[in-house]
Ligand binder design. Structure first.
Ligand code: FE2
Length: 133
């Protein structure tokens, strides 16, 4: 299975948010390696790590956005929806093909869902002239 890549189209322009996104993609790639090595136990462990990492990311990112005066009405709901979906996705995964399904779902739908709505915040940073350098 191919590794996940974080397209530069998803760069937000905020160091912490971008580095979190890189770390999330790296975790998914640890899963790809485990899947390729047919290591179900590591798939399981890494997935749990990913879920925790994503939950923390949403908390941190919401705080950062609020600090920038950016409040998105449905963001909290979106985050809850995604976490609910993610938690269901890894449930009762016992076989290699279950983990393959999970990785494919991440690749085809969820990762872009997770990253896409941050792009509005990226636009906000441009609008307010944020330049960290
Ligand atoms: Fe994010």
């Amino acid at each position: 299975m191919n590794k996940f890549e974080l397209s530069s189209a998803f760069l937000i322009g905020h160091e912490k948010i971008d580095s979190d996104h890189v770390a999330l993609v790296e975790t998914l790639n640890v899963m790809v390696d485990a899947f390729t090595a047919k290591d179900i136990e590591t798939c399981q462990k890494t997935w749990l790590h990913f879920c925790g990492q994503l939950k923390q990311h949403f908390i941190d990112e919401t705080k950062i956005m609020n600090d920038f005066g950016y409040i998105e009405k449905d963001q909290g709901n979106d985050h809850q929806e995604i976490l609910k979906h993610i938690n269901t996705l890894g449930q009762d995964h016992n076989s290699l093909s279950d983990w393959e399904d999970c990785l494919l779902e991440m690749r085809n739908n969820l990762l872009s869902w997770i990253l896409k709505h941050d792009l509005r915040f990226a636009q906000h940073l441009i609008t307010i002239g944020y330049n960290p350098l």
